[in-house]
Write a protein that binds this ligand. Sequence first.
Ligand code: GDP
Ligand code: GDP
Length: 437
Amino acid sequence: MLPLVALVGRPNVGKSTLFNALTRSRDALVADQPGVTRDRQYGICRLLDQPFFVIDTGGLTDESEGLAGLTSAQSRLAVQESDVVALVVDARDGLLASDLSILQEIRRANKRMLLLVNKTDGLDIDTSMAEFASLGIAEMFAVAASHQRGLHPVLEAIGKYLPEVEPGQSEAEIDPGRMRLAVVGRPNVGKSTLVNRLLGEDRVIVSEVAGTTRDPIAVDLDRDGKRYRLIDTAGIRRRARVEEAVEKFSVLKTLQSIESAEVVICMLDAREGVTDQDATVLGQVLESGRGLVIALNKWDGLDAYQREQCKADVQRKLAFVEYAQVLTLSAKHGSGLAELFRAIHRTHASSTRQFSTSELTRALEAAYEALQPPVVRGHVAKLRYAHPGGSNPPTVVIHGSRVSTLPQSYKRYLENFFRRRFKLVGTPLRLEFRVGD
Ligand code: GDP
Ligand code: GDP
């Protein structure tokens, strides 16, 4: 379970600007995909070693005139559930009565709190901070969200407050033999039908692992001698009759499910083709780096023409996840399940593949020999050696000189080269570049 940080404050203080700065994607690639809109309220900040959820309660607050404070049940719940609350105020407006009423509510919830005094760009910081010092909040920070200034100390403070994820406590370590699967997709694509079909089969042994509002719940599944844990899907939820405390939180649960899975099965409704909402969920999976299998469900109802249309739609709109296997399914009739599980296993093998330094370095040399980076200002980047930097997604750390001059196109070439050489399927490959040896 990732820790949760809530951004709270009255309208227009800069919460969503801050949210964007904190959750901006490490891969510009993800954000720039047409059709992929990023959720503007729920996101993951990956700027610290320990990722955490960020909720912008702005969108959750009833911001109609005259209503200050955490007016909606949702933003109250967000505050209650969070590990750290960041109260955002506007240095240009100074301290207002509505800031105080929000502060009172946070105090009532008894949460770790940071005060972010925003829009300090072009202002005298000492003067700005003095006005807010009267609030008696120990941790005050002057920031300028739109200039991405002052965020580093804020991140450090957040990092200090986040609950430690102790090694040995993650699900993987509790039961390393169980592959963690998440079934995601927009409503009505057939997630519950698939899960129920899997759980309904005779050879399946089911045990439910309960969760809380924020935690995903999970069901263990044994199938064909292999062990799985299905994480939080609509299907499990309905089966376990767990009530959605607040519907909005289901976005967070999807993100959490993706994050805690090893392989994500993203279901689409083949009758409707690829919608923007599908692309958005897939963008989240790509950003997480988890293994991905795309299942076009309800294949049973389609004629040959519609099938062609659907496949063309996938090719056109889902090029950004072209590493994933795409298969067709009828959850209702149970066809395509064997292929689905084959794809899951291939994906899992790729995303958890262990590399040695020598095989990576040999691959790097071969790639470099076949195609050298372009000359930039009279110099060519040299790539010396590569070593593994983690799995799920497999990460390759490349050392060399002038690596900052490598164009995006060359990085993509390297990624594809590694992917082909090691026959990786269903997983992104992350490259990190370091200067020197
Ligand atoms: P929210 O309603 O709290 O989410 O506020 P927004 O993030 O939408 O920001 C409200 C306005 O303040 C926008 O016009 C932003 O461009 C502007 N803004 C946000 N952060 C800063 C900042 O650090 N400095 C300045 N000068 N303007 C900012
Ligand atoms: P969820 O919201 O993603 O969990 O979707 P459900 O599993 O509740 O399914 C939504 C609707 O689609 C239900 O009426 C299902 O019977 C139907 N459905 C699910 N899978 C299939 C399928 O493979 N073929 C057809 N024709 N209908 C399906």
